[in-house]
Write a protein that binds this ligand. Structure first.
Ligand SMILES: Nc1ncnc2c1ncn2[C@@H]1O[C@H](COP(=O)(O)OP(=O)(O)OP(=O)(O)O)[C@@H](O)[C@H]1O
Ligand SMILES: [Mg+2]
Length: 255
């Protein structure tokens, strides 16, 4: 079998005695869209936080392209090719839409502060390159007409798409999305699904996805990992997951 792009092995996270994640195995094969689902408080966001260096891994390890990245700082994880969005939208509300994307790109600028002072020409060239790239990402995400608007003034669904554009500015190989369609209406959700498939193909991405909208998850994911109370309870295709009694029981238990 091919090495999965991401391979989290027996991942555990403990918060002051509480076991938020307990022995999670989670693999994302190259080119797939893999879902991570489970009831509220199951540990889904904690799993993404552990993978991206935000939460401290208590046990287990995270392999990316076969390399052990467990415990790497978030900036280094981003540079190695993993970008993410957040359940609670994180944008610079008072900056414009395009500035939000450009700021995200700046982590990939190739000059030092001293070079920035000495080599103004190159700085301008980089600015132009970054602006051009940001415009093209906004075009892709269907946000180009709002490029000059304040990010905070966008409707909720557009803010979610802007978060994705910001993540893509890092030119990741793996994109992790935490509840990307939360707050979107059914039409926006369907459009977002089509968009996600398109960028997956056009940008050669692999995607990990946390989402409560089951229609969306079952439609878009190639495989799904289910967790409950921090423990992995199922892994399979959407069809297998839908018919798994353990999964049904976990969701019924939620009420
Ligand atoms: N920084 C933290 N400190 C202490 N406890 C935390 C922290 N982050 C999460 N938890 C706890 O860990 C558990 C898992 O939380 P997590 O946010 O990962 O769940 P989730 O599956 O993303 O839920 P939701 O679907 O509601 O977003 C919960 O009991 C939560 O209260
Ligand atoms: Mg969450």
């Amino acid at each position: 079998m091919k090495i999965p792009l991401l391979n989290a092995e027996k991942l555990s996270v403990v918060f002051g005695g509480l076991s938020a994640l307990n022995g999670l195995d989670f693999q994302i094969p190259v080119g797939e869209i893999v879902g991570l689902i489970g009831p509220n408080g199951a540990g889904k966001t904690t799993a993404f936080n552990a993978i991206t260096g935000i939460a401290k891994v208590t046990r287990g390890r995270v392999l990316f392209e076969g390399r052990d990245i467990t415990g790497w700082p978030t900036s280094k994880v981003a540079r190695t090719g993993i970008a993410r969005t957040f359940q609670n939208i994180r944008l610079y509300e008072d900056l414009t839409v395009i500035e939000n994307v450009m700021v995200a790109s700046h982590t990939s600028v190739r000059y030092s502060p001293v070079e920035a002072i000495l080599g103004i020409g190159r700085v301008y060239a980089d600015e132009r390159r970054i602006r051009h790239r940001a415009e093209s990402l906004l075009e892709t995400m269907g946000l180009i007409d709002t490029a000059g608007d304040k990010a905070g003034s966008l409707p909720y669904g557009s803010q979610r798409k802007l978060e994705v554009a910001r993540a893509l500015a890092l030119e990741p190989a793996l994109l992790l999305l935490d509840e990307p369609v939360a707050g979107m209406n059914p039409r926006e959700t369907i459009e977002f699904g089509a968009l996600l498939r398109k960028i997956r193909k056009d940008l050669n991405l692999t995607i990990g996805l946390i989402e409560h909208d089951m229609g969306f998850v079952m439609d878009i994911c190639t495989r799904i990992r289910v967790i409950d109370h921090g423990i992995p309870i199922a892994w399979g295709t959407p069809k297998e997951i839908q018919n798994d009694p353990k999964v049904i029981a976990a969701y019924l238990g939620e009420g």
